[in-house]
Design a protein around this ligand. Structure first.
Ligand SMILES: [Zn+2]
Length: 213
């Protein structure tokens, strides 16, 4: 089978996201770019994830054109491929409707880091609602991520995360949802206090130095 390795990683990641409660039903989608060819493995549209096979994972080119797989690619393919075209450093992308990220996306403000590990993934901006699967939502996500962003919230929809590999993109997803949960409960209690920007900057410098080693 063509592109078996990237298909395996996408299938493994989507089942992991389902297990972690980050994805429910057939919502959410995950993509991974091949290291050598300009192709992307992406979850198919409308197919239940439990029992999914490697052949069910779609292969598309960087413009989203369907090349292979039993089912057509996710309708959100423009968002995943637009980010990969704009950001050569991004190999993996994850889009979910995780509950607390979706709740926090209803506000217009970015969510903040409240613990040291979350600092790696801020700023997490909020983009306004535009129709799912449209080039418009893809453009807004690309713009909000900028040159180095790892996570954005999409109003009335969910979140979109990316990383240099699947592990990094999944990590961004898990910590974005954790950030949203933490901020939600702290706000309910009336004691929300994000980490000071100076501490966030120091943590980001430490994380960057560690990754450089
Ligand atoms: Zn969606």
């Amino acid at each position: 089978m063509k592109y078996e390795k990237i298909r395996e990683q996408v299938l493994e990641a989507i089942l992991d996201a389902v297990d972690q409660g980050l994805i429910k039903g057939t919502s959410g989608n995950i993509a991974l770019r091949d290291d050598e060819d300009d192709v992307v493995a992406i979850t198919p549209s409308g197919v239940p994830y439990k029992g999914m096979t490697l052949e069910d994972i779609a292969i598309v080119d960087l413009n989203g054109k369907w090349l292979d797989g039993n089912f057509k690619p996710s309708s959100e393919v423009p968002m995943h491929t637009a980010v990969m075209r704009a950001r050569p450093d991004v190999k993996a992308t994850v889009h979910t409707h995780a509950m607390f990220a979706t709740i926090m996306a209803m506000g217009a403000e970015e969510i903040k880091a409240t613990t040291p590990p979350q600092c790696e993934f801020v700023p997490v901006r909020v983009v306004p609602f535009t129709m799912p699967g449209s080039d418009e939502v893809a453009d807004r996500v690309v713009e909000a991520l900028g040159e180095s962003g790892k996570s954005v919230l999409i109003k009335n929809h969910g979140m979109f995360c990316c990383g240099k590999n699947m592990k990094a993109a999944m990590s961004a997803t898990v910590y974005t949802e954790e950030m949203a949960v933490t901020e939600y409960y702290a706000r309910v209690l009336g004691n929300f206090e994000p980490m000071p920007q100076e501490a966030v900057d120091k943590m980001q410098a430490l994380i960057a130095a560690d990754q450089a080693v």
